[in-house]
Ligand binder design. Sequence first.
Ligand SMILES: O=P(O)(O)OC[C@@]1(O)O[C@H](CO)[C@@H](O)[C@@H]1O
Ligand SMILES: [Mg+2]
Ligand SMILES: [Mg+2]
Length: 280
Amino acid sequence: MADFQRVMDHAVAVARKAGEVVREALSDDRKVMTKSSAVDLVTQTDQKVEQLIIQSVKEKFPKHRFIGEESVAAGEACILTDDPTWIIDPIDGTTNFVHAFPFVAISIGFSINKQVEVGVIYSCLEDKMFTARRGKGAFCNGEPLQVSDQTDIHQAIICTEFGSNRDPEVVDKMFCSLRNILSLPVQGVRGAGTAAINMCLVASGCVEAYYEIGVHVWDFAAGSLMVTEAGGVLMDVDGGELDLMSRRIIAANSRTIAERLVKEIAPFRLPRDDAPPQKQ
Ligand SMILES: O=P(O)(O)OC[C@@]1(O)O[C@H](CO)[C@@H](O)[C@@H]1O
Ligand SMILES: [Mg+2]
Ligand SMILES: [Mg+2]
């Protein structure tokens, strides 16, 4: 049985160190590369930070497994087992990082038996360390977090992201959902450019919900625990149970708001994170 406090302490320490690397890199020129599309960006800093985190964990927890965004991009399988697993997005908000748009997070989730037990999200340009352990609450820089108590969708702010998929059919579906939600009306729609920080905004009570189709498990693993430990709920965009590998999520302050969003979201499916690699 892993010592969850020891895991949390290490995740916080390495996230803070990674944040220093990211802040220093902001003053260098950032060599930008692309992955799945011309707007799916990655930099050497993403790769350097992921290796920094993974190597540091291997020294302390040699039997633990990893799902890292850039390791998966380099061809490693994205398979979640019952084993102790670190689910890492070294920079959530790479496009923001490239543009020096001030929402950039290091997101570290830790799961056992496919259940997230520890979540750490460091918003490194704001110097906000978000932490959560299952059953022990969610915090920002040590202050407890509580979701909003607003259950009227017409008085809500909703977060979403449009990701890097520019397939016209996918864009149409995303805009259909956005139009439905905006026209309710809701008071606002926002996107920080990072799922992790969007979910911290839900946990902090600043917005009522975040939804997305296209998100990856490394984007939201840590954030999922932040939201539930702050009193929020998680579900699939069709109202079913959240499936960590499905690339679909609603994270909300309440079932009322979440179920209202289900009625407005045009659902579609994308290849799962654990789908076998597509033959070229
Ligand atoms: O690639 P990155 O910077 O780690 O992810 C950035 C991001 O905005 O793209 C995803 C898809 O929209 C979002 O869920 C995620 O937070
Ligand atoms: Mg990400
Ligand atoms: Mg990333």
